[in-house]
Design a protein around this ligand. Sequence first.
Ligand code: NDP
Length: 451
Amino acid sequence: MNSIDEKLQPILTEVVRRNAGEPEFHQAVHEVLESLGRVVAKHPHYLDLALIERICEPERQIIFRIPWVDDQGRVQINRGFRVQFNSALGPYKGGMRFHPSVNVGIIKFLGFEQTFKNALTGMPIGGGKGGSDFDPKGKSDGEIMRFCQSLMTELHRHLGDQTDVPAGDIGVGGREIGYMFGQYKRLNNRFEAGVFTGKALAYGGSRARTEATGYGNTYFVQAMLGTKGTSFDGKTVVVSGSGNVAIYTIEKVQSFGGKVIACSDSSGYVLDEAGIDLDLLKEVKNVRRERIAEYARRRGAGAHFIPVGQGSIWDVPCQVAMPSATQNELSGKDAAQLVKSGVIAVGEGANMPSTPEAVKVFQDAGILFAPGKAANAGGVATSALEMQQNASRDSWTFEQTEKRLATIMRNIHDTCHATAEEYGAPGNYVLGANIAGFVRVAEAMRMLGVI
Ligand code: NDP
C-alpha cells in the first residue's frame, strides 16, 4: 500500500482499533485516506472539524436475526445487516448482498465506498449498504421468498423512501427485490415505490436499471480511452464474473466493437477466442442459473472451461480488463501478468476488486485505471433516476434513461480527471474520485453542523 499523510495516520489507527477484525473496511478507509493528504494540506479546516473521523463512522448499524423455514421444514437462521453510513446528501442508498461471506466489516466497507460513489454521481443520495450471510445458491424459489419475507419483517422499520432505499448487489436481483418489496408493502400498507430500486418494470422499475452498472463502466472506460485517442473498437477484453454487472458490461463492450474473450464465476473461467456468445451466456446464467462450465459445454469446440485452481482469468492476455465479480479478486501478481501481456486500461465493475498491490502495479505502469467507486456508479445513478420517476409517477423510455446514464458517466469521468489535475496528479483517477467524492460529502456535513 502507499503511505498516508502523518496528520491522517492517527485517524486510520483509531478506525482499525475501533473496527477490529474488519480488514476490508480498513482497506477501504486506508485507500481513501491515502488520497486526502493533498486535501487537508489545502483545506486544514477538514481536520479541525473532525470531518474525516465523522465520515469514517457509520451513522447507524443494524444487525438482526433472520429465521426462516426450508423446504424440509427445518428452521434456518441467518444474520441480516444494514449499515446506514451517511445521509448528508440524501436518504441512505445502496444495495443488499446475499452471500455466505457477508459480515459487518464487508457491509461497512461497501457502505463507506457507496457514500463517495453516490456523491460522485451528483445526485441527492446518501450512502448505505446491507445484506445477509444467506447463500441463495441451490435454494428453491419458495425458500428464497420465505427468507426475503423474514428479512423484511425486521428491516422494514428502518427503511422509507426518504430514509433508506436499498437495491440489489451480489445474490440479489429482480426476484429477490420483488419478494422484499412485496413484504415491505404488506407490512406498511403503503405502495411506496421509491423505497426500493432495481424493481421490475411491472411495479415501478426503471428501464435501463438492470443494464446500468455494466453499461456505465463501459462508458467510463470508453471516456478514459478517449483521453489517449483510442476506443474499445477492435480491442480484446476480459470481464470477470457472469452476473448482472459482467453480463451488461459484455453487452456494451460488444456494441462498442470490443471482443470479450473470457468471463467467469466462482467455479472457474471460460475462454472463448471467437468472442463470448451473449445470448448463450444469458441463457445459462439468467434463465437456467447454471455454472459457467455449462457455457463451454454448450458452446462446443473453441470454448474452454478452466476450473478454479488451474489458472486465473487474468492470465488471459487482453488490452482492457474489467473485473466485475467481487472484492480483492485481482491480486498484485495478476496485475503484473496483465501489464506484461499488454493491458492498457482497467475498469472496475465490482467494488474494490483490485487489491492495493494491484492498484499500485497498474499506476506505476501508467495504465489507465478506473476505480469502482467512479466506474461502477452508473447503477446507483440510474437507481436515483428510478426514484425520480417514482416521485413524479412517470416512466421514461430506455433511450431517454440510457442517455441520462451516459451523460452522468461522462460527468463523473470528467470530474475525476479534472480533480486529479487540480490536485497535482494528472491521470490518477483513484485520487480524483476519492477527493471529489469526499469534498462533496464533507462540505454538506460542514454546513449541517456537528452531526
Ligand atoms: P451477481 O450476484 O449478479 O454476480 C456476481 C458474479 O461474481 C457471479 O458470477 C459470481 O459467481 C461472481 N462471484 C461472486 N463472489 C465471488 C467470489 N467470492 N469469487 C469468485 N467469483 C465470485 O452480482 P453483481 O453482478 O450485481 O455484482 C458484482 C460486483 O459489482 C459486486 O462487487 C457488487 O458489489 C458490484 N456492484 C454491483 C452493482 C449492481 O448494480 N448490481 C452496482 C455497483 C457495484 P457465483 O455465481 O459462482 O457466485
